[in-house]
Design a protein around this ligand. Structure first.
Ligand code: ADE
Length: 237
């Protein structure tokens, strides 16, 4: 997969050299390039922003550098992280992981002139996505989050592909709690059932924990869970 990230703070992306994303890059699974938006400015001050039409606080990113940047790196699927975007989900991560070329446009200040996004939408798929109902300084950290969610879904990145099917959000439920050795720690014991070796009972316990956790912590997710996917033992739980 090819990924281009455009930002006025390219240094934000040094974490993408580390860990499994770094490994995906060195192994050639991920071809990721970070660009400085100011490369595409033409004035001595390398200006990327101006005051908003209609007044109000803050600054807005000017369209010219963005259009040149997108012409230079595009076309591809354009992702614009923004607090006014659609909430980013695991389903989106799967869709993006299937794309050949992603382009991330990191807005700062009050955002990017809307015409940049509307104009790009005439030439490529565009998604404005939000990480949640809070406001960050800019799109950079959101891009790192999205890249983590997407890269781990690329074939060959995770050693054990089973972890993808069993994890939280994969099946519309949160995962059950997990434990490792020692069996007793600070007077707290690992649930007996997990040490029983009875795979049927363990699977049932995990399923129950998953349902209970989801109902308690994410009533929205629980309500959206298809009733057809509940078995008789679930209904008892
Ligand atoms: N940029 C600023 N706030 C954001 C948010 N909540 N999600 C994605 N991008 C953002």
């Amino acid at each position: 997969m090819r990924v281009d990230i455009i930002s006025i703070f390219p240094d934000y992306f040094t974490p993408l050299d580390l860990s499994l994303i770094g490994k995906a890059r060195t192994s050639g699974l991920l071809d990721l390039v970070v660009h400085d938006l100011r490369t595409w400015t033409s004035d001595v001050h390398r200006t990327v922003d101006d005051t908003p039409y209609g007044g109000g606080p803050g600054m807005v990113m000017r369209p010219e550098p963005w259009s040149q940047a997108l012409d230079a790196v595009g076309p591809g699927t354009l992702i614009v992280p923004s607090p006014v975007g659609k909430p980013f989900t695991q389903a989106d991560a799967h869709e993006l992981a299937a794309a050949e070329h992603l382009i991330f446009a990191c807005g700062r200040y009050e955002g990017i002139d809307q015409r940049v996004i509307d104009d790009a939408a005439g030439r490529m798929p565009v998604r404005e996505v939000s990480l949640g109902d809070y406001v960050l300084f800019g799109g950079e950290v959101a891009v790192i989050v999205i890249m983590e969610a997407v890269t781990r879904l690329l074939p060959g990145v995770l050693g054990n592909a089973d972890s993808l099917t069993e994890e939280s959000h994969a099946a519309g439920l949160l995962e059950a709690p997990v434990y490792t050795k020692p069996a007793s720690w600070r007077g707290r014991d690992v649930p007996e059932i997990l040490r029983s070796g009875d795979h049927g009972r363990i699977a049932r316990w995990r399923r129950d924990q998953s349902l209970l956790r989801t109902a308690e912590r994410r009533p929205d997710m629980f309500a959206a869970y298809p009733p057809a996917q509940l078995d008789r033992a679930d209904r008892r739980a």
